[in-house]
Each structure stands twice: as structure tokens, then as C-alpha cells.
Design a protein around this ligand. Structure first.
Ligand code: B1M
Length: 223
């Protein structure tokens, strides 16, 4: 059953079918499929297929928006299931999360936030199109341990550097660590901009945040 439902999940994203994506998520939960498996084996491959088709000119912006809505609908069902795990754990630390200025991609960031919450972190999601100054101001107000800046575009990843610089200017580093992530980002980039770590996916972001909380000296994550 899981393999079949994963194929249907992928298809629901590709076709931008909001109700179908949510119904499949509910069906998976009832059948005992782990929410994280549904995300990674079903829905995320759908988003990747959308990205490929868009790049090849076979899908257009409205299609991509419909796919994003379907993904959000599925996440709306799976999110609470994942977060339930976090309520049973002691608070592991405070994370301020957002997508950088000029960038409105939010699904990867939402997933990172959900998994951090599920692992006991208190996550303050600032949303999308967030300036470096806002990251710094909110991190200071909320006594954050880690700031997480997501970027999905090659044109906006340099804004992650603005986040590092804004925290530096506000005198908030090195107490507050900066984690970066997003499809065009890698470890070398994190090093180049002076971030404290890079995570390639949401699970790695949890491991990295734990490392950063433990003040491990070189916590730059995987390449
Ligand atoms: Co956009 N888009 N998009 N888009 N979009 C991409 C990113 C693109 C690769 C598509 C393509 O051409 N193949 C391309 C970027 C090219 C580039 O710069 N290299 C692109 C483009 C060009 C654009 C526009 C410029 C299109 C246009 O207007 N002509 C435009 C830009 C708008 C803007 O931001 N200013 C645009 C708009 C949109 C939509 C609004 C339609 C929609 C977003 C809706 C939304 O989020 N509410 C959208 C979508 C859906 C995509 C794709 C198809 C899917 C993104 C996604 O949600 N992936 C994407 C193609 C792709 O990624 N293959 C594409 C699923 C998600 C789970 O993965 O976000 O990578 P991801 O997150 C992962 C990891 O990266 C990591 O963990 C996550 C989970 O494992 N991660 C972190 C992410 N953030 C992290 C932070 C961390 C740690 C890990 O720590 C802080």
C-alpha cells in the first residue's frame, strides 16, 4: 500500500489537486504511514517533478502555484501529526526561522519548522520575504539560540549574508548561531558568508540545530 499511495501523492502535487492531496494525507495517517515518509516519499518528489517540468517549460507559474497549494494542503494534515511528538519533549531551544528578503518560497522552511517543533524546539516562523534587520530584531526579542534563513533562488541566497551581517551589526553573534539552507545553498556557501551551519534538508536541520546548541566548534553540516 505505501508505494501505491506515494505514487498518488506525487501525482496529486504534479496536478495541483488540493483536495486530493489532503485526502491522501488523511488516508495515509489512518493506514499508519509515518507522516515523514509520506512527505519524503510522496509529496516532496512531486514538488521536485514540478520544478523539473517548470525548468523544461512544460509547466507554468499558475501550475506551480497550484502544486504549492496542494503541498500546503497535505502539510496541513501532516503537520499536527508531526508536531504531536514535540509536545512530549523538554524545550530544546529557541529558533527564529524565515525565508530571506525577495524570496516567497515557504514549503521547505515550513517543513524545517515542523520537524524542529517535533523535536522539542520552540520555533518562531517569521514567514517569507524577511529582511536581515527583522531577523536580528526578532531573534534579540525572542532570546533565540539559532536563526534559520531559507533561500530558494540563486538571486536571493546572497540575502543570507545580509542576515549574518545584521546579526553581527546588532552584536548578537556568536551567541546566536546562523543556519542556512535551501536548494541552491551548500556548505561552501555557508562558510563563505560566515554562517555557522548548512543543512541540506529538514532532518539535517534538526541535527545541525542540536549541534549548534551544543556549541560544537565546526557544525557546518554536510556538503
Ligand atoms: Co519557484 N523556483 N519561483 N515557486 N519553485 C524554484 C525554486 C526553481 C528551482 C524552479 C525551476 O526553475 N526549476 C526556480 C529557481 C531557479 C534558481 O534560482 N536557481 C524557481 C523560480 C525561477 C521561481 C520564480 C522566479 C518564477 C517566476 O516568477 N518566473 C518565482 C520567484 C518568486 C520569489 O520568491 N520572489 C517562483 C515562484 C514560485 C511559486 C510562488 C509559484 C511557488 C512557491 C509557493 C510557496 O512556497 N508558497 C514555487 C515553487 C513551488 C517552486 C518549486 C517547484 C518547489 C519548491 C518547493 O516547495 N520544494 C521549485 C523547484 C524545486 O525546488 N525543485 C521552484 C519542496 C521543498 C520541500 O523543498 O524548498 O528545497 P525545498 O526545501 C528543502 C531543502 O532545500 C531544505 O529542507 C527542505 C526540506 O527537505 N531547506 C532548508 C529549505 N530551507 C531550509 C532552511 C534551513 C535548512 C534546510 O535552515 C534554515
Amino acid at each position: 500500500m505505501p508505494e501505491d499511495i506515494y505514487v498518488e501523492m506525487r501525482q496529486s502535487i504534479l496536478e495541483g489537486l488540493v483536495d486530493r492531496a489532503a485526502a491522501l494525507a488523511r488516508q495515509a495517517i489512518s493506514a499508519g504511514v509515518a507522516p515523514l515518509d509520506a512527505i519524503h516519499a510522496g509529496y516532496v518528489p512531486g514538488m521536485h517533478a514540478v520544478g523539473e517540468q517548470f525548468a523544461q517549460g512544460k509547466m507554468f507559474l499558475p501550475d506551480m502555484m497550484a502544486s504549492a497549494s496542494a503541498m500546503r494542503a497535505a502539510m496541513g494534515v501532516l503537520d499536527p501529526e508531526l508536531k504531536k511528538l514535540g509536545t512530549e519533549r523538554p524545550m530544546a531551544g529557541v529558533v527564529v526561522l524565515g525565508t530571506v528578503e525577495g524570496d516567497i518560497h515557504e514549503i521547505g522552511k515550513l517543513l524545517v519548522g515542523t520537524l524542529l517543533t517535533a523535536h522539542g524546539f520552540r520555533v518562531h516562523d517569521l514567514g517569507v520575504n524577511v529582511t536581515g534587520e527583522t531577523f536580528a530584531a526578532r531573534a534579540s526579542e525572542l532570546n533565540a539560540n539559532v536563526v534559520g534563513a531559507s533561500a530558494l533562488l540563486t538571486t536571493t541566497m546572497r540575502r543570507q549574508k545580509s542576515v549574518v551581517e545584521a546579526l553581527d551589526r546588532a552584536g548578537l553573534r556568536p551567541q546566536i548561531k546562523v543556519m542556512v539552507g535551501g536548494a541552491p545553498v551548500n556548505r561552501r556557501w555557508a562558510e563563505e558568508i560566515g554562517a555557522d551551519g548548512y543543512a541540506k534538508d529538514a532532518m539535517s536541520a534538526v541535527a545541525l540545530t542540536r549541534d549548534l546548541m551544543a556549541h560544537k566548534p565546526l557544525a557546518l553540516g554536510q556538503a
